[in-house]
Design a protein around this ligand. Structure first.
Ligand code: MLC
Ligand code: AMP
Length: 512
């Protein structure tokens, strides 16, 4: 029987020469393909020895490291379900994810072991390991005693491989369940679509990817890692995005992937020019809208046209500008092969070319539903099986798709999603607060950032700093509003609903 385990496909794509370098890190370490195979086998054997139930979740909140990637691959290899968590999350956020997903294993940074393990044990998790970005921690200590041979566990295409939490417009975060088939189909489509090459890069060595994104989201974890591995391509690995160091490494690479903020920061580097990009083949951008100014400036400075694509946690990649053919700035290109994409109005009518409506999608990459939320899952799909993305867009006469906005109340800041409803909930719970609204406004570095507008209860005096400090104590740092205003009233429509569009308009030049 064919093994549809995603890891089996990635492993099969390893180059013949297992001693060749698979990953080179920013602190001078080299990992061979053989290291990748053996280390993932050892961690997979450790997981196997724990006697976990079928479909067990492995929740991971650790700093970026090659070993963290190995843990991801080992989880696939062992047939369990990977649950990555942003390192910025604090205890209330982690408590929710662990309580909701009920992982059998939690892996955290050793500095967080005290509070994370307390949450995990309380939620019934039996195994808590540590993993640090200097190759230490109990996970590796335990795995060191395990065999480096492991047969990839048999998995069907529909079996779960990962759960990615994505916040809801209302209510709590939802875990998007992605299967082995979802991710493998997407990886194979992108391998072709983006012209990944096993030869033809610098000195005929084939593609080399600069990996500079975090590995707890679709972009860094799936698009970038799967892209390199399914092609047997080397990665130059940055534990943290550093524009200066990335520019230094560009001459050794052929492919780079980033959210728009990364491109904005690279453009601020004087060393970025045609010469440093001479061996580059492809620059991919996504996760947030790429400004046309960035697109154009990049073309002028480097001679390369950024390829913008569009995706989601629930769907992996949906559309892409063409590899050969015109890459149109301001658009996200065409639906990828196998993906059906349509634009509909509120009455479920397909809209003609150029008209703006809700983007709906269908295809082998679309997730299996939200973890333990069948009703919510049902609401997000149409009767004929399309997933409602919550993004609003249009398709032009040549088929290029443009995203013009979102029907979901969501701010995308530096590629991270911030849900106003969540932040407003925290502000409204603070003493002396009557009401609040969080809106996204343009920002030169992060693209968009949150600004909080707060009303005090009668007779109470509130300070903006107090609100910000209160949020900082509880929430991941990227969710903290960059400014806060205490006002006497919020603009409302005749139905009494806060008019966020007016607030956005009022504050749009705040960071100009
Ligand atoms: C950091 N900060 C942010 C922020 N990142 N604020 C708003 N938005 C962000 N994204 C703030 C911190 O709170 C902190 O504030 C200060 O900036 C410095 O923190 P840092 O951690 O040192 O920041 P830095 O390392 O510079 O991080 C910026 C960044 C990072 C752009 C490198 O945000 C990043 O890696 N973004 C990529 C996100 C990503 O991979 N998204 C993909 C999602 S997948 P203070 O006040 O505490 O000092 C997806 C699907 C798809 O969307 O289609 O791909
Ligand atoms: P996430 O839930 O983190 O996966 O974020 C997915 C959302 O990011 C999508 O629904 C879009 O709103 C947004 N997004 C991703 N890629 C792009 C893009 N190229 N342009 C505009 N928005 C994007």
């Amino acid at each position: 029987m064919k093994n549809n385990n995603l890891f089996a496909a990635l492993r099969a794509a390893f180059p013949k020469d297992l001693d060749a370098v698979a990953v080179e890190t920013d602190n001078g370490l080299h990992y061979s393909w053989r290291d990748m195979d053996r280390s993932t086998a050892m961690i997979a054997n450790l997981l196997k020895s724990l006697d976990l139930p079928e479909g067990a979740r492995i929740a991971v909140q650790v700093e970026k490291s090659v070993e963290a990637m190995m843990l991801y691959l080992a989880t696939l290899r062992a047939g369990y379900v990977f649950l990555p968590l942003n390192t910025a999350y604090q205890s209330a956020e982690i408590e929710y994810f662990i309580g909701n997903a009920e992982p059998s294993v939690v892996v955290c940074a050793s500095k967080n072991f005290g509070w994370v393990s307390k949450i995990a044990f309380k939620a019934g998790t039996q195994n808590v390991f540590t993993l640090d970005d200097d190759r230490t921690g109990s996970l590796l200590e335990r795995a060191a005693h395990c065999s480096d041979r492991h047969e990839v566990v048999q998995r069907g295409a529909d079996d779960l491989a990962a759960i990615l939490y994505t916040s809801g417009t209302t209510g709590r975060s939802k875990g998007a369940m992605l299967s082995h088939g979802n991710m493998l189909s997407n990886a194979l489509v992108l391998k072709d679509y983006w012209g990944w090459t096993a030869s033809g890069g610098p000195e005929g060595r084939g593609d080399v990817l600069i990996h500079a994104l975090p590995i707890f989201h679709v972009h860094g974890l799936f698009v970038a890692i799967h892209g390199a591995l399914i092609n047997g391509s080397k990665m130059i690995w940055f534990s943290k995005f550093d524009p200066k160091l990335v520019v230094q490494k560009l001459p050794e690479a052929t492919v780079f992937m980033g959210v728009p903020t990364l491109y904005v920061r690279l453009l601020a580097e004087p060393g970025l020019n045609r010469e440093t990009c001479r061996n580059m083949r492809l620059f991919v951008a996504g996760s947030a809208p790429l400004l046309i100014e960035t697109f154009t400036e990049w073309q002028e400075r480097t001679g390369h046209t950024i390829l913008e694509r569009y995706g989601m946690s629930e769907t992996a990649m949906l559309t892409s500008n063409p590899y050969s053919g015109e890459r149109r700035g301001g658009t996200v290109g065409f639906a990828l092969p196998g993906v059906s994409l349509r634009v509909q109005d509120d009455d479920a009518q397909a809209l003609p070319t150029g008209e703006i409506g809700g983007i709906q999608v269908k295809g082998p990459n679309i997730f299996k539903g939200y973890w333990r939320m069948p009703e919510k899952t049902k609401e997000e799909f149409t009767a004929d099986g399309y997933f409602k993305t919550g993004d609003v867009g249009k398709i032009d006469e040549r088929g290029y798709i443009t995203i013009v906005g979102r029907s979901k109340d969501l701010i995308i800041s530096g590629g991270y999603n911030v849900y106003p409803a969540e932040i407003e909930g925290y502000i409204n719970d603070m003493p002396g607060v009557a009401e609040s609204a969080l809106v996204g406004v343009p920002h030169p570095d992060f693209g968009e950032v949150g600004v909080a507008i707060v009303i005090a209860r009668p007779g109470t005096k509130l300070e903006a700093e107090q609100i910000i400090a209160g949020l900082k104590a509880q929430l991941a740092n990227f969710k903290i509003p960059k400014r806060c205003f205490i006002v006497s009233e919020l603009p409302r429509n005749t139905m009494g609903k806060v008019q966020k569009n007016l607030l956005r308009e009022q504050h749009k030049h705040l960071f100009a």
